[in-house]
Write a protein that binds this ligand. Structure first.
Ligand code: NAP
Length: 403
């Protein structure tokens, strides 16, 4: 009998036959979802000898949902995700014209999925631009709800911008060129602390050694500077036994991190782009405000050649949606052609998140083996010497065969 996953005392409680939500998505979504389901089901069956099984609950969203119900994100879908607590989704196209700005943003806001988590590591054989791509192995926690992404901006010449400009000039002495477009960058102690807390908890649970807050606090002192300050304050109050701030590392430990401890440090965002290229092995878990995290996630993924196979998740308290990080690539829709790797690895993340790490490792190892076998989808094949191009579904079959 399948059962709903529960969330009790801050923990997900997952039985042997959990109901998990699945949104295939638009464009190439159905192709990569089919491949992903095949791989995840096979890994779970293999890892647990058939004693565990995911009961997939298919949910409507995107263009098909719109055609059926007149809504891109039907109420029933939202209500069911709320009950299911864990779901995986393919890409959704952004409706053109008015209405919803982006379905992904709408989902994040609706469920307050405040952390966008992107693990980035290299898989042997994946073409990449680096000399030692394997040196980069980071997990990025990007704040998802605040910062310049909060949607608080007004166009140049609008009444709203003019009103705000007037207030800022008259009351705060701001110097603003008349007729400017204006945007607001809200960052709260609560929003920042909960994100950094989640990154530290992840580091503790996964044996990671360093959490780095990436900010532009030298320029934006009261927003990004405060993000970093709130992080240090929260860590001192909530993780005093485990977390050592960088300043203390030198004062008390001669620069050497004691066993079992986690280093909390911070880096200025622009310098961090250099650091990740020049000294990638020094970084581990990154906690960032929204915009920095957006840039860093793609830059890191490109470094390991994995933009097409980079996994991701949007997570809040008691709810998590795992997703392909690329879009719907409409020109390839229904051709059984594209790489399902991003959604498959997001599925691996999901299995780990559910505590089904054995199945998660099987997925990762088998995918690695399939790539090493050089029978890969077009995107990898065109960059790998001696590789044979296979379809999306064939690639999934090869992954299953490698288990
Ligand atoms: P895209 O769908 O990511 O596609 C851009 C290009 O990336 C494709 O043409 C293809 O490159 C490559 N690509 C993407 N996924 C791939 C895969 N699985 N395997 C191999 N190659 C892959 O970006 P877009 O064209 O800018 O966006 C299309 C739609 O997706 C838009 O409506 C956008 O709003 C939406 N979108 C949704 C999400 C999401 O749901 N999370 C994210 C981003 C965009 P080549 O042409 O070189 O083969």
């Amino acid at each position: 009998m399948s059962e709903y996953i529960e969330y009790k005392n801050g923990e997900f409680v997952v039985g042997g036959n959990p109901l998990v939500g699945a949104l295939a998505g638009d464009g190439i979504g159905p192709d990569i979802w089919k491949a992903t389901k095949m791989v995840l089901d096979a890994a779970v069956a293999k890892a647990y000898d058939g004693k565990k099984k995911i009961a997939w609950r298919m949910l409507d969203a995107g263009e098909e949902a719109y055609a059926k119900t007149g809504s891109y994100l039907p109420e029933e879908t939202l209500a069911e995700i709320e009950k299911l607590k864990i779901a995986i989704k393919g890409p959704l196209s952004t409706p053109t014209g008015g209405g919803i700005r982006s379905l992904n943003v709408a989902l994040r806001h609706h469920f307050d999925l405040y952390a966008c988590i992107r693990p980035v590591r290299w898989y042997e054989g994946v073409p990449n631009p680096m000399k030692r791509p394997g040196d980069l192995d980071v997990v990025i926690f990007r704040e998802n709800t605040e910062d310049v992404y909060a949607g608080l901006e007004w166009s140049a010449g609008s009444d709203e911008a003019a009103g705000l400009e007037k207030y800022l000039v008259e009351n705060l002495g701001a110097k603003i060129r008349p007729g400017s477009a204006l945007g607001i960058k809200p960052m709260s102690p609560e929003g920042s602390k909960r994100l950094i807390r989640m990154a530290i908890e992840y580091a503790i649970e996964h044996g990671r050694k360093v959490v780095t807050m990436v900010h532009k606090g030298n320029i934006m002192k009261f927003t990004e500077g405060a993000f970093c300050q709130w992080g240090y304050e929260m860590a001192a109050a909530e993780f005093p036994e485990v977390v050592i701030p960088e300043a203390e590392l030198w004062e008390k430990y001669d620069g050497k991190l004691p066993k079992g401890k986690i280093l909390l440090n911070d880096r200025i965002a622009d310098a961090m782009f250099q650091q990740l290229l020049l000294r990638p092995s020094e970084y581990d878990v990154l906690a960032t405000p929204n915009l920095n995290g957006d840039y860093l996630s793609d830059a890191c993924a490109a470094q390991v050649g994995g933009l097409g196979i980079a996994p991701g998740a949007n997570v809040g308290d008691g709810i998590a949606i795992f997703e392909a990080t690329h879009g719907t690539a409409p020109k390839y829709a229904g051709l059984d052609k594209v790489n399902p790797g991003s959604l498959i690895l997001s599925g691996k993340m999901m299995l780990d998140f559910m505590g089904w790490n054995e199945a998660g490792s099987l997925v990762e190892k088998a995918l690695q083996q399939a790539i090493a076998g050089k029978k890969v989808t077009y995107d990898l094949a065109r960059q790998m010497e001696g590789a044979e191009e296979v379809s999306c579904s064939r690639f999934a079959e090869l992954i299953v065969a490698a288990m």
